[in-house]
Design a protein around this ligand. Structure first.
Ligand code: AMP
Ligand code: MG
Length: 262
């Protein structure tokens, strides 16, 4: 977990790391156990209704953002979860400031919001593709810090995950998409253009993490070449975050001891 971006270097992090877990079988077993715990914690989180959790997922194409939503969060009751995927902005969104489309999807009391991409695209993809002048995206780091600080001050817990894959693993996954007709819908030619600018993306992510990692809104760098390890790190972080809260079932509004259902 990165709580202070000073000196952070993405190149120091190994995308193939496994946190000392011997292998996939052990990793998946722990994920299954954590998924059960997350389910119970979420029920209390929802009933308690005093907290909100925002989970941001970022990473290169094929890094496993949607796989993580499907598997690491598999135990959650959909009634308390809100998933938002941020795609290329519409004209209507581009006609406003970059946070306009994001803010309306933050979680309400008792909710967990999962962002598949986020406002970080506005300092990463936007920067690499040169969509706005450098002064514009550079100023956004401060706006993002202020925005996230405001969310935290108002009662939202913020956890940001960078799904870190290697360039080789991305090649394997893109080839798999090309070879399997059932995966063709996920493939876009523009993914290859982004892949050509791999180093620029890594640099842009590194700067974004350096500029916006804080104790209140930390980044978790997730070694994601192994899918089970990606899910394990996310599950451990979310379960730990929820366990630190003093979650309680609210008191009934009145004394129910004499109430009988006939
Ligand atoms: P996917 O996640 O595969 O559906 O792709 C979504 C695409 O939208 C990615 O290429 C993102 O980089 C792009 N995208 C998302 N948000 C923005 C943004 N604010 N500005 C430019 N491109 C974006
Ligand atoms: Mg894609």
């Amino acid at each position: 977990m990165v709580t202070d971006g000073a000196g952070f270097r993405l190149a120091d992090r190994d995308p193939g790391a496994t946190s000392g877990v011997p292998g996939k079988a052990e990793g998946r077993a722990e994920v299954a156990e954590l998924t059960r715990r997350m389910r119970h914690l979420q029920e209390r989180f929802y009933a308690d209704g005093r907290h909100r959790l925002l989970v941001v997922l970022q990473g290169m194409d094929t890094s496993g953002k949607s796989g993580a939503i499907r598997r690491a969060f598999a135990g959650l009751n959909p009634a308390g979860v809100r998933v938002t995927s941020f795609r290329t902005p519409t004209d209507d969104e581009l006609a406003r400031d970059f946070l306009w489309r994001v803010h309306r999807h933050v979680p309400r009391d008792g909710e967990i919001a999962l962002f598949d991409r986020s406002h970080y695209e506005d300092v990463v993809a936007v920067r690499v593709r040169g969509l706005v002048p450098p002064e514009r995206w550079r100023a956004r780091y401060e706006h993002i810090r202020a925005f996230e600080r405001m969310l935290v001050d108002e009662g939202t817990i913020v956890r940001k995950f960078f799904l870190h894959i290697s360039r080789e693993e991305q090649a394997t996954r893109l080839r798999a998409r090309l070879e399997d007709p059932r995966k063709h819908w996920k493939f876009r030619r523009s993914d290859l253009e982004d892949r050509d600018r791999w180093d620029d993306y890594q640099a842009a992510y590194e700067d974004a993490i350096r500029e916006t990692a804080t104790p209140e809104a930390p980044w978790v760098i997730v070694p994601a070449d192994r899918k089970w390890h990606r899910d394990l790190v996310i599950c451990r972080t979310i379960v730990d975050t929820l366990e630190r809260l003093d979650l309680r079932y609210p008191e009934a509004e009145e004394d129910l001891s004499g109430v009988v259902v006939v």
